[in-house]
Design a protein around this ligand. Structure first.
Ligand SMILES: [Ca+2]
Ligand SMILES: [Ca+2]
Length: 136
């Protein structure tokens, strides 16, 4: 495992560990563990509840192409191009419908690009290069 980074997450229904090679190790709060290959080396883990069922979905963002790979906890997969190389993924529920919205923040311009789960797009300039975007 030398050279592999592990990201750890406390999430709604599991503890997640994303290995930089693209392997997820999941420990469910209700018991049991899972190992899933989702993403590749270089991807950024962006787990959140994209389908709004109350359970976290495994997801990865690929900086080289800006493509999001979401594996819905309720079943199904979404592959969406959103953002570009150099952006920082900032998924969150911006429209308040209970489903996480795909979003990217561009450090060079400070612009937030939000793809609302309820439909439509939001583009907002807020912040500047060097800032760290926070989403809750
Ligand atoms: Ca979910
Ligand atoms: Ca939403």
């Amino acid at each position: 495992m030398a050279g592999l980074k592990i990201h750890l997450y406390p999430l709604s229904n599991f503890w997640g560990a994303f290995q930089s090679s693209g392997i997820w190790f999941v420990k469910y709060l209700g018991g049991g563990v899972g190992v899933t290959q989702w993403g590749i080396s270089g991807d950024i883990p962006v787990p959140s509840d994209y389908d709004g069922d109350g359970k976290t979905d495994i997801a990865a963002w690929r900086p080289s192409s800006g493509i999001w790979f979401v594996k819905y906890s309720g079943g199904g997969v979404e592959v969406t191009q959103w953002g570009a190389s150099g952006d920082i993924p900032v998924p969150g529920d911006y429209d308040g419908d209970g489903k996480t919205d795909i979003a990217a923040w561009r450090p060079s311009s400070g612009i937030w690009f939000v793809k609302y789960s309820g439909g439509g797009v939001g583009v907002t300039q807020w912040g500047a290069n060097g800032d760290i975007p926070l989403v809750r």
